[in-house]
Design a binder for this molecule. Structure first.
Ligand SMILES: NC(=O)c1ccc[n+]([C@@H]2O[C@H](COP(=O)([O-])OP(=O)(O)OC[C@H]3O[C@@H](n4cnc5c(N)ncnc54)[C@H](OP(=O)(O)O)[C@@H]3O)[C@@H](O)[C@H]2O)c1
Length: 300
């Protein structure tokens, strides 16, 4: 099968099309014929070697954490059947290839139904990022009426957090177009939040990984969440919340719930831009440039 991967860490040019043996599903797993795999920030770290310590197999390495596709192997007793259209989170650190491949094998719990209202390309941007946002909002135990400031709200995880926090009854700052004007990039974010909320917000979600300079935005005793563990340290009684999506890599019920929300029109999926799998290097160059406002998706 064809996959996109690397034999040496490096820039986008390190990514090449590889010919690999097809993986096969064992009991408790399914194999998915990948239709689309998204290109997420962690893939850039995988490619440049920043995550090398987590790799457990020799080269070649295949990055990628989320796919949409069709089940094409489902051992007896599987909750999934051949032909099911699905989304899945892929943990790319093991020996089996990551998501940038024509076939991936994942535990049955890593799979959820493809939202029927999304095509495969859009659906591919949902599983890993959606699990992250959903788990984070649950971990924050938001109460109705609480104020939540979200950085990186124009990004994929941030935009999903904004929507899920609003569904939980929170008042979100940095929300959509109006929010973009209220809390502009490059200024003193915390100070601007304080102008809007003199006592500080109840909750901060730093999906842009800006870091400790944001904590003054949070009221004494509030909560602050970072998408990178260890980036924020508690002060003034603020609770620090962190999430690792890998803890939710077999939370099929959560994936099913996300799909349902999208099909009900209660959650707007991320915008995507497609690249042929052969153009993965160009997708990674775009990732490095930032400012995309759409998730790059490799089509297989
Ligand atoms: N802990 C976990 O398990 C977990 C899981 C998933 C993701 N993550 C991490 O979460 C972060 C967000 O992921 P994502 O998929 O949402 O990425 P994304 O789609 O690229 O979104 C990040 C957003 O933050 C914006 N941003 C970056 N620097 C900023 C700044 N200084 N001020 C304001 N906005 C800024 C970006 O804008 P520009 O594009 O214009 O720069 C972009 O809109 C990534 O670092 C990712 O690695 C962690």
């Amino acid at each position: 099968m064809r996959a996109v991967g690397l034999t040496e860490f490096g820039g986008p040019e390190a990514l090449t099309v590889l010919e690999l043996d097809e993986p096969h599903a064992s009991p408790g797993e399914v194999r998915i014929r990948v239709r689309a795999a998204s290109v997420v920030p962690a893939d850039g770290m995988f490619r440049n070697g920043a995550l090398a310590a987590r790799l457990t197999s020799p080269a070649p390495w295949v990055p990628g954490t989320e796919v949409a596709g069709v089940v094409d192997e489902a051992p007896d007793g599987s909750p999934w059947a051949v032909g099911d259209e699905v989304i899945a989170i892929v943990v790319p650190f093991h020996q089996r290839p990551g998501a940038y491949a024509e076939h991936v094998v994942v535990p049955v719990g890593s799979v959820g139904p493809r939202p029927q209202s999304c095509d495969f390309d859009t659906a591919a941007a949902l599983p890993m990022s959606g699990l992250t946002a959903s788990a984070l909002v649950d971990l924050l135990h938001l109460e109705r009426g609480e104020s939540v400031a979200v950085t990186g709200a124009g990004g994929v995880v941030g935009s999903l957090v904004v929507q899920l926090a609003r569904r939980a009854g929170a008042t979100v700052l940095a929300d959509a177009a109006g929010g973009d004007e209220e809390v502009v990039r490059g200024g003193d974010y915390a100070q601007q939040i304080r102008q809007l909320r003199p006592d500080g917000v109840d909750v901060l979600v730093d999906a842009a990984l800006i870091g400790a300079s944001l904590l003054p935005a949070v009221r004494d005793g509030g909560r602050a969440a970072s998408l990178r563990a260890g980036q924020l340290e508690s002060e003034r009684g603020i609770s620090i919340v962190s999430v690792s999506v890998w803890d939710y890599a077999e939370d099929s019920a959560r994936l099913r719930a996300l799909s349902s929300l999208i099909d009900e029109g209660a959650l707007v999926p991320p915008q995507v831009r497609t690249f042929a799998m052969e153009d993965a290097a160009a997708a990674h160059e775009a990732l490095g440039r930032g400012g995309q406002r759409a998730r790059s998706v490799l089509v297989f």
